[in-house]
Design a protein around this ligand. Structure first.
Ligand code: HPA
Length: 233
């Protein structure tokens, strides 16, 4: 049985999945890093693939941008396909001058300006956190490979373009390191279903310095992020 958004059949998707925002990035990851690749989805061009890495089964699929989009795909992956470990591999914009372009963040927590958690009808503010097991394994892998990572809180924002001024300063004052648009919903969905989630993010731009990455530079650092993520299979 398929879902409205995923043409995979039960059993087509591995217990661990890597989730870039861009479906063409998912294709690139499958082609560059995995063996025995089989494509399982093309609905809405949200390409998904299962293959092996060092002999272990692993999947990779795009999520689209924003929390409604990753919310749909991750919900179906967990509830319909039994996926246990969901690892977002994405980019983020730095909120602090301590972060340089291409730095890698392991998002131990996600804050948000979204109402995503309202669906859970909690009598307070939900703190969305990463799976400790995935985070610990990712940090150990990074250390072993001599890849510097920063562990901290990020903002999952509903907006990329906003008229608000200096938002980064306010979030930065609470030690929120960077902004992206998906981790909070992913962490909520995983927590609500007893699955594990982690967001690994590469700094692609800075809201402090207004610096931006070139595609060549992004490629180099992307490979380091993948070296960490693939070991979570
Ligand atoms: N804002 C939101 N999401 C992002 C950004 C940003 O500046 N950079 C990369 N993802």
């Amino acid at each position: 049985m398929t879902t409205p958004h995923n043409g995979a059949k039960k059993g087509d998707i591995a217990e661990t999945i890597l989730l870039p925002g861009d479906p063409l990035r998912a294709k690139f990851i499958a082609e560059s890093f995995l063996d025995n690749v089989v494509q399982f989805n093309s609905v809405r061009n949200m390409l998904g693939f299962t293959g092996t890495y060092k002999g272990k089964s692993i999947s990779v699929m795009g999520t689209g941008m924003g929390m409604p989009s990753i919310g749909i795909y991750s919900y179906e992956l967990i509830h319909h396909y039994g996926v246990k470990n969901l690892v977002r591999v994405g980019s983020c914009g730095a909120y602090t001058e301590d972060l340089d372009l291409y730095d890698i963040i392991l998002a131990i927590g996600a804050s948000t300006n979204s109402s995503y958690a309202r669906q859970f009808e909690l009598p307070g503010t939900y703190s969305a956190t990463a799976s400790w097991d995935l985070l610990y394994k990712a940090k150990q892998t990074a250390d072993k490979k001599n890849i510097d990572v920063v562990v901290g809180n990020v903002l999952s924002s509903d907006t990329f373009y906003s008229p608000e001024r200096d938002v980064h300063k306010r979030w930065g004052s609470m030690n929120v390191l960077a902004v992206e648009m998906e981790a909070y919903a992913l962490y909520c969905n995983a927590a609500a279903a007893g699955a594990n989630a982690l967001a690994i993010l590469t700094v692609s731009d800075s809201l402090v310095s207004n610096k931006n990455t070139t595609s060549e530079e992004r490629e180099k650092n992307f490979t380091q992020m993948m070296e960490i993520a693939l070991e979570l299979a």
